[in-house]
Design a protein around this ligand. Structure first.
Ligand code: BES
Ligand code: ZN
Length: 628
């Protein structure tokens, strides 16, 4: 609380900050740009004569202060983009004013992917979507691109007729110039004033949006394409291209149940609607918690609802992240570690405590330890829960560490403090106390000590330095109940240590009858055993379980890692196909990384990557090219 610095933003938000943004934009699919203006409503905290905004590759046409044109200068800062230094008349502390920035995005805007219609599922209309976290909002809106600052926003976005536009906000329908009551209601709050262009473009339609909850810039989001909607409940729906929408509706059937369970755990849902939008396969993440409208990759539509923990995760962000927000990216674990902890609580309440235990163990064993020890090394800065990110692009520091080390810390605390119901009450109190604010680790820790003043000795026994500031494996391991895992471990051991005959005699049905999660666990146990397979054994595994025809991306990823560890060449084309037909960084980054490090495959992998750059999301292309 108070004002926290953010090394990734140039904004002078200690002097002046934005509390509301009005956007009037047009999506131009031919030029692959968004064009228009942003009205920034600002309040001065210290008297000043300048406003510094963040931007990246924006072409700025004009800047107005209360209606008058102002001088400005863009200064380049490499990976962090350009600061936009605007001179304003001397303004006293406490004063409010409007800044209007007329601008156009670049066709290379890092937050945007324009997908040609031939590359969409239905090939009917082109598609556009954004991804602003961590610091890409500045490439679509000149703003204070730091999670330390929160604002409400309204938007009017014009898209070609036939295309539907959605944002991380409540939709108010179309502005059809008729005096329809909804539109009127929307305009009362919007600050469209005399002097601003208020244009209707021929062949375009204007969609209206309102986000009445203050939110950080990384939660700005826009989608436009050939979209249809299916309701799940009176506040949840799924959006997708027409050919996918029914399948998606089936897969995400449990969304309302998850949302209700999250409310029991965390308090009332405060964002009105909770909708889902299924994006094209190049979307770099599993899910993104944009308010009112979670973005998801189509790769979680497995056909058996086995990957819907991603939905529980994004739902949990409605509290941990979107209400209580990390003040800068060094405290990212406050968003992700808390959210993973809550995601698993939600899954446990709906599908049984065993599911939660299982996820906790897999998180620790398969998603944290190998990343500390192999992807990085135990002294690497990025293995700290609170790393130093000075001069670093948060995309480069992104890993599972804040997720798994963070949720493990909460698990250890819950176990040491000894009363789950009380710990869950503490979580709700933490959310109530800091809702609408941005926090750092110390804010949370002080609140923890205040709420558990009767348990100070227990809290003092935690090695806080070790957990929060030191690199490597955390000082304590949570207690796990690994009963459900015995069979997975046993089966994996036959594959890694058994004779050819023992492997031959394995009953195929045992594996095939496992849930997808358990299959993944068997494969991950094989992979993390440290024992490389011979090509012959890998082929046997692949054929016996018919992995070639498996549609579950988590399973595909896990056996790809075994093939990579065993340097099994015949699977390379399959893996290259996998990392070019979808763009989820979680899969694409490690597979390309391992192919690049495999001498014999390096050249081929680089060539295939370069061939695919035009279809890739700009964030993915950027992250992968840095590994070469
Ligand atoms: N907010 C993240 C995605 C993100 C983080 C994008 C940082 C850009 C920068 C999202 O909530 C997330 O964590 N997604 C995970 C889901 C998983 C942990 C269930 C993913 O994409 O895999
Ligand atoms: Zn998350």
């Amino acid at each position: 609380m108070g004002i926290h610095k953010d090394a990734a933003s140039f904004a002078n938000f200690d002097e002046v900050s934005i509390y509301h943004i009005d956007l009037d934009l047009k999506v131009n699919f031919e030029q692959k740009v968004i064009d228009g203006y942003a009205v920034l409503r600002m309040k001065c905290h210290k008297s000043t004569n300048k406003v510094i905004l963040d931007s990246r590759d924006l072409s700025i046409k004009d800047v107005h202060y209360n209606g008058d044109s102002m001088p400005y200068k863009a200064v380049d800062h490499g990976v962090l983009g350009q600061s936009l230094n605007i001179d304003i008349p001397h303004t006293e502390s406490g004063k409010e004013f409007d800044l209007v920035v007329y601008y156009c995005t670049s066709p290379t805007a890092s937050a945007l992917q324009f997908v040609d219609k031939e590359l969409t599922a239905d090939k009917n209309q082109p598609f556009l979507y954004s991804q602003c976290q961590a610091i890409h909002a500045r490439s679509i809106i000149p703003c204070m691109d730091t999670p330390a600052i929160k604002q409400t926003y309204n938007a009017r976005v014009q898209v070609p007729k036939g295309i539907t536009c959605l944002m991380s906000a409540i939709g108010y329908g179309k502005d059809n110039r008729e005096n329809d009551a909804k539109v009127k209601e929307w305009h009362v709050d919007g600050s469209y004033k005399d002097g601003l262009d208020y244009i209707f473009y021929d062949g375009y339609e204007a969609f209206l949006f309102k986000q009445p909850q203050r939110m950080p810039s990384y939660l700005f989001a826009i989608v436009a394409g050939d979209l249809e909607k299916r309701d799940i409940s009176d506040r949840c729906a799924v959006w997708a291209e027409p050919s996918m929408v029914d399948k998606a509706r089936w897969e995400f059937e449990d969304t309302e149940i998850m949302l209700k369970t999250a409310e029991e755990l965390l308090g009332k849902y405060r964002w009105g609607r909770y909708d889902l939008i299924v994006l094209p396969p190049f979307f770099p993440f599993g899910g993104m918690e944009n308010p009112c409208l979670t973005f998801v990759t189509p790769t979680i539509i497995a056909g058996d609802r086995s990957l819907t923990n991603v939905i529980a995760h994004e739902i949990a962000h409605s509290w941990t992240g979107n209400l209580v927000t990390n003040a800068n990216w060094e405290h990212f674990w406050l968003n992700e570690g808390f959210t993973v902890f809550c995601e698993r609580k939600i899954m446990g309440r709906i599908y049984g405590e065993g599911v939660r235990q299982f996820e906790n163990i897999c998180g620790w064993e398969d998603r944290m330890l190998p990343v500390i020890n192999e992807t990085f090394n135990p002294t690497h800065e990025f293995t700290k829960l609170c790393p130093c990110l000075n001069g670093i692009d948060p995309d480069d520091a992104y890993s599972t560490i804040p997720y798994e080390k963070g949720s493990a810390l909460l698990l250890v605390l819950e176990q040491k403090l000894g009363d789950s119901a009380r710990f869950e009450q503490f979580l709700r109190d933490y959310i109530d106390k800091f809702a609408g604010q941005s926090v750092v680790t110390d804010d949370w820790k002080q609140f923890l000590y205040a709420k558990y003043s009767d348990k100070k000795d227990v809290l003092d026994s935690i090695d806080w330095n070790g957990w929060l500031l030191e690199a490597g494996v955390p000082p304590n391991t949570p207690e796990f109940d690994d009963e459900t895992l015995k069979d997975c471990r046993h089966l994996a051991k036959v594959w890694t240590d058994g004779t050819n005959e023992e492997v031959e005699n394995l009953d195929t049905k045992v594996f095939n009858d496992l849930s997808s999660d358990m299959k993944v666990k068997v494969l991950d146990c094989i992979e993390t055993s440290g024992k490389a397979f011979t090509g012959e054994r890998f082929l046997k595994l692949f054929k016996k379980y018919d992995l070639e025809n498996c549609g579950n991306c988590e399973v595909i990823f896990s056996f790809s890692l075994i093939a990579l560890k065993s340097k099994y060449k015949p699977l390379v084309p399959f893996m290259i196909d996998f990392v070019t037909r979808q763009g989820r960084l979680k899969y694409v980054k490690p597979i390309f990384n391992k192919l690049f490090k495999w001498d014999e495959m390096r050249e081929l992998a680089i060539a295939k990557f370069q061939e695919n750059v035009p279809f890739m999301h700009p964030i993915t292309a950027q992250v992968i090219s840095k590994m070469i």
